[in-house]
Design a protein around this ligand. Sequence first.
Ligand SMILES: NC(=O)c1ccc[n+]([C@@H]2O[C@H](COP(=O)([O-])OP(=O)(O)OC[C@H]3O[C@@H](n4cnc5c(N)ncnc54)[C@H](O)[C@@H]3O)[C@@H](O)[C@H]2O)c1
Length: 398
Amino acid sequence: MSTPRIGIWIIGARGGVSVTTLVGLSALRNGLTPETGLVSCLAEFAHLPLTNWDQFVVGGHEIRSSTLQDEAQRLHHDSRVIEAVALEKSQDFLASAEANIRPGVLWNVGPTIRDLASPDVAVEKSARDAVDRVQADLRDFQQRERLDNVVVVNLASTEALVDSSLWPETWEAAEEQLGQPDCPLPASSLYAIGALELGMPYINFTPSLGATPKGIDELARKKNICHAGRDAKTGETLLKSVLAPMFASRNLEVMSWVGHNIFGNLDGKVLSDPDNKASKVKSKDQLLERILGYAPQSLVSIEHIASLGDWKTAWDHVHFRGFLQTPMTLQLTWQGCDSLLAAPLVLDLVRFVLVAQERGETGALGVLGSFFKSPLGTDRHGFAEQTEDLIAWARRSS
Ligand SMILES: NC(=O)c1ccc[n+]([C@@H]2O[C@H](COP(=O)([O-])OP(=O)(O)OC[C@H]3O[C@@H](n4cnc5c(N)ncnc54)[C@H](O)[C@@H]3O)[C@@H](O)[C@H]2O)c1
């Protein structure tokens, strides 16, 4: 039996996280880098039937006119994210992925994202037409590359919040919306529907709506397919989900939690738009109340400082009190490279989702909650308990 070929279809294929993922995947294939940062390479998961690096074939949708090679060069030169050897050795792999990139969907993405788009990206007359085009591209990718399976990963710019009263509660309601000229679903949800209708798993790495509405989850269950989201937990929020349970377990009262984030990449530029920023702030802020059981005063700021490029600094100030009510303070500074923190998690998520699919799991995969700021399919938000869930799930799959 020949080794299965697995497609990774990336929405936002020429973005920072995507390009870092591709250069990283190429480096792993060439043995140029150890597996540091990859959760799926921990001993706890060694018994799982995980897809090997050389089984993956990459394609995707994108709205900007650039090339993967140019974007990788920029990450190397401007932000020093990628080393010269990894860049040089990834050229063929990037070229093969570049040949599989198709123009993306601009339905309901808002003015800031639309401004990024090349003028030749078409806007469909209806949301259903956009879904049809996504599906034609996915089918073509699967057939041309002779793929046994395709996983769709949303790594596109963060869309504005969609009023939750407009989220379809059932698949029937979602289908009805798709036919309306003012369909309120954003592109991220249309990509999700496109993938799930074809029986392809969908991963939402971003705070955008994606497969969050119940009606889209219902579609996944009908099609016996799984999905995972929402908004990967890579830096400051990861720390919050580690530290907040400590305050709760020691019965320390958190009075306020302030987090200031500064960074300078394209993601940060899109998040300068208050509408787009609102999605991210909500995602970063909500887990405190869920973990602590009450809502301390909190503030999350995200500012675009161009000179920082892909390097993010987050400064958190936690004001708390304990016995005899004396106030105390924890301050921490996190300085990380956004794309390098995110890229290995993209590969982990694809590998774990494929195992879940193989096991016939459907709907939102709560067991992958440790990867997300706003996890779907679980109420657990503390990092330690989420990691226990993942390990227990892996044991069950032996
Ligand atoms: N550590 C992290 O980097 C991290 C963590 C959690 C979530 N995220 C999210 O992941 C996403 C990607 O981050 P990034 O740093 O790579 O951003 P980026 O701005 O570098 O890349 C996004 C890419 O998506 C493209 N795009 C936008 N709308 C599209 C559409 N409708 N269809 C197809 N392509 C589209 C853009 O042109 C761009 O190339 C963002 O939403 C970000 O908030 C990133």
